[in-house]
Ligand binder design. Structure first.
Ligand code: TXA
Ligand code: MG
Length: 331
């Protein structure tokens, strides 16, 4: 299991030396793999944007070993931040805070806020502790594309553009961290994740605000994101078989990410029966999208999960995958 993954002392030393030398190190977290660089080295941070082909106004998350380092990167830390850090760190939660003066515009996208996360994965913890400083870590995928949840997927995305990949096995959670803005007034949910809005509200003892025009931008919440190359359609469960049949009759090669177990007998069908629970579904989601994409079909049908709060993070990623699929601009 990924959570028991360990890294060899030689690999850890090489990863730390690469970060200190301004290079790029992909590393596992419990959510997805990150494309790491020294957050205090502007040239190293620039390499992250270049490798991802990511626009410069899309800010990066700074990963830290411990919540105690928060004050090195943020200022005016509100009690809500301490409460959430105590409940959920280390773990799949990112907090948006007012940035400390030294934090570069490159990291924050020119905003006055900075995103901070303390990941729980033992390999991420080993790396961050050995390195000592902050490590920027966007998801290790080309901009707008499907995030990587294994070391192999990172290599497929970046090849030689990443200096070293720390292999920690498959990520436990499988989708990116929940993002909460605590930089201005009432905390707000900017990106849903495996830690649900309900859990955050229970920890805070107050409701979350709806993000508004004054909230920090989280450009990763673009409508188009996490997208396969194959055109994606989100389809209701009761019509997916019929739609697959009719597309196949028109000669189309169809890929299906289903939740039902009974595969219809259709020619040229690539079928994956996804797990039934939100956590298991999320764990496999990006690997399943990659597998279906690699089948080179004309269209990908995804059976829509229920619209209940426990599926919110998965539904968020599926909606963005459907909005951005087939568009090959690489954004
Ligand atoms: O689970 C995760 O969060 C993974 C792992 C590697 O930690 N990282 C990740 O990073 O998903 P990335 O760069 O793919 O997504 C970060 C999101 C983007 O939507 C970005 O716009 C938002 O965080 N973000 C970063 N800094 C921000 C800031 N100062 N204000 C608002 N949003 C910010
Ligand atoms: Mg990302």
């Amino acid at each position: 299991m990924a959570s028991s993954a360990r890294v060899s002392p030689a690999d850890l030393a090489r990863a730390v030396a690469t970060l200190r030398g301004g290079g790029l190190v992909a590393f596992p977290t419990e959510t997805v793999y990150g494309l790491g660089a020294d957050a205090s080295n502007a040239d190293a941070v620039k390499k992250v944007f270049a490798a991802k082909r990511r626009p410069h106004d899309h800010p990066l998350i700074v990963h830290l070993a411990r919540a105690a380092q928060l004050a090195d990167w943020a200022r005016e830390i509100p009690s809500a931040a301490h409460t959430l850090a105590k409940h959920f760190w280390p773990g799949p939660l990112t907090l948006i805070l007012k940035r400390a003066a030294h934090v570069s515009d490159l990291v924050t996208g020119g905003q006055d806020s900075v995103a901070i996360r303390v990941p729980a994965h033992p390999v991420a913890q080993a790396l961050l502790n050995a390195f000592g400083g902050g490590v920027v870590g966007p998801s290790a995928n080309r901009f707008g594309r499907v995030s990587a949840t294994t070391a192999e997927h990172v290599r497929q995305e970046f090849g030689e553009d990443v200096d070293f990949v720390l292999d920690g096995g498959a990520c436990d959670v499988g989708i990116e961290s929940t993002i909460i803005d605590v930089s201005s007034g009432q905390p707000a949910l900017l990106r849903p994740g495996i830690i649900t809005a309900n859990q955050i509200e229970a920890a805070l003892g107050m409701p979350l605000a709806t993000p508004n025009a004054a909230s920090p931008r989280a450009p990763g919440t673009l409508a188009k994101h996490y997208a396969p190359r194959t055109p994606v359609m989100l389809v209701q469960a009761d019509v997916i078989d019929e739609l697959a049949r009719s597309l196949a009759r028109q000669g189309q090669r169809v890929a299906v990410l289903a939740r039902s177990r009974h595969q219809p007998l259709i020619d040229k069908l690539t079928w994956i029966a996804a797990p039934q629970t939100p956590a298991a579904y999320a764990h496999d989601l990006y690997a399943n999208l990659r597998t279906l994409d690699a089948a080179g079909c004309d269209v990908m049908l995804i059976e829509a999960p229920p619209l209940t709060p426990d599926w919110a993070a998965v539904n968020d990623r599926l909606a963005r995958a459907a909005a951005g699929a087939g568009d090959d601009r690489g954004d």
